[in-house]
Design a protein around this ligand. Sequence first.
Ligand SMILES: C[S@@+](CC[C@H](N)C(=O)[O-])C[C@H]1O[C@@H](n2cnc3c(N)ncnc32)[C@H](O)[C@@H]1O
Length: 505
Amino acid sequence: MEVGGDEKLEILLKWAAEVGISDSKTPPLESLPSSLGHSLFVSHFPEAGGRGLAALRDLRRGELILSVPKSALMTRETLLKDETLSIALNPHSSLSPIQILSTCLLYEMNKGKSSWWYPYLMNLPPSYDILATFGEFEKQALQIDEAIWAAEKATLKAELHWKEASVLMKQLNLKPRLSTFRAWLWASATISSRTLHIPWDEAGCLCPVGDLFNYAAPGEEPSRIEDLNCKMHASSFGVNPSVDGDATDMLDLEKLDSHSERLTDGGFEEDVAAYCFYARRHYKKGEQVLLCYGSYTNLELLEHYGFILKENPGEKVFIPLESEMCSSNSWPKESMYIQQSGKPSFTLLSALRLWATRPNRRRSVAHLAYSGSQLSAENEILVMRWISKKCTFVLKSLPTSFDEDRSLLSAIEMLQDSFTLSELSNVLASSTNQICAFLEANGLESGGSGADLLSSRKITQAIGRWRLAIQWRLSYKETLIKCVSYCSKVVDSLNSQNVTMQFSS
Ligand SMILES: C[S@@+](CC[C@H](N)C(=O)[O-])C[C@H]1O[C@@H](n2cnc3c(N)ncnc32)[C@H](O)[C@@H]1O
């Protein structure tokens, strides 16, 4: 008989206690069914990551809230204690550490109930929404070339890795359903979205219970130093460190060197041989306890974790730049972007200010541009107008507008929330072309059976991914719209200062 979700979780928590996973240095005080006893309990946060960990009591910043002994971590080293696996792997030295860990994970799944990690494995999500899992329709729904390309690359890479590992998987005699590309995508998504950094293996480790923490972007804590620390350690999920080239951050990182305070929210500690998690801020009883996995743009979050944040301090929107804009300065191209607030990054402004200066004058004003100063009102207006024009051009070149996307998103949300056939029929009756295109792409005409539509897990997943693609492009477009408005405010303000100066002189 199939074990229910709550029951599975109870089995996991019981097993966790047995193998020494603990949220306390003292014996458990309470015994809620989904409680770990002292600091945390498993709960559901529909708006912030789904299943996650909540504070069982008020937690103080810096407090140890969870420790997972090395012996409970799933690493290549622990998995390769299986002799059959270890021998089979010998002739496959060309496989990467992540390919090996993915194969080991599938091999462990293949053991079913006889796996030592079975209570953990049975609680892993059955599917993921990372970019590599997007079908053609969802990829195209991203609309922006950079994102479509990232999705295509992610799928191609996963496919290549799967093909390369398939000889080994065959040798291991995996069940047919665990040797498929779908199973490979599942394993690589598990690793991409749930592994923690460990110093001795670049593939990272899977950390039972510790991988139930959902994500908070850096910058949500009281201390700026914490943000940077979070970025530097990319401590947690995500052996995918995001390199940020912004000048302000570079300066801050230098300042950080003088701070000795240990501020990470998670890391492997050699002296206690355990992965330890600390509260990164104060939490009230019942609040979700979050972990910073590093700083990511929404596209990177989608690629590695399968979600995006409405408010993401790490968001970067790139617009096409002319080659001279990049060659007239020494900033890395990745640092020239628009922030989610609509403000151009420090380096984008600096680069464009130099570019908008006559070539023979650039040398003499370079020091001002590099320090982030405006060069002149005319120069600033030129820069703002150029950025605004570019953003408007990008927005107009996309197949749908921001408003259209917003309505479509509402329709999709209704589609997802349609529990009865008549509700669903209403949504389908008012379908936009895009909903029809979605139904067609998934082999379902709008006249088909609504019940079938919603009961199919495949379609539910496709709707979820399509919604993510639309949320991503909406967020992208919103940033460009905010940027146009930011630029026009700066231009208006400079023009009015100019007028005032003319009157007063
Ligand atoms: C390490 S797991 C966290 C636990 C996970 N929610 C679970 O049920 O197992 C990371 C995954 O949680 C989800 N997640 C984490 N933080 C999130 C957030 N702030 N918003 C939406 N989804 C989030 C994403 O699906 C991500 O890939």
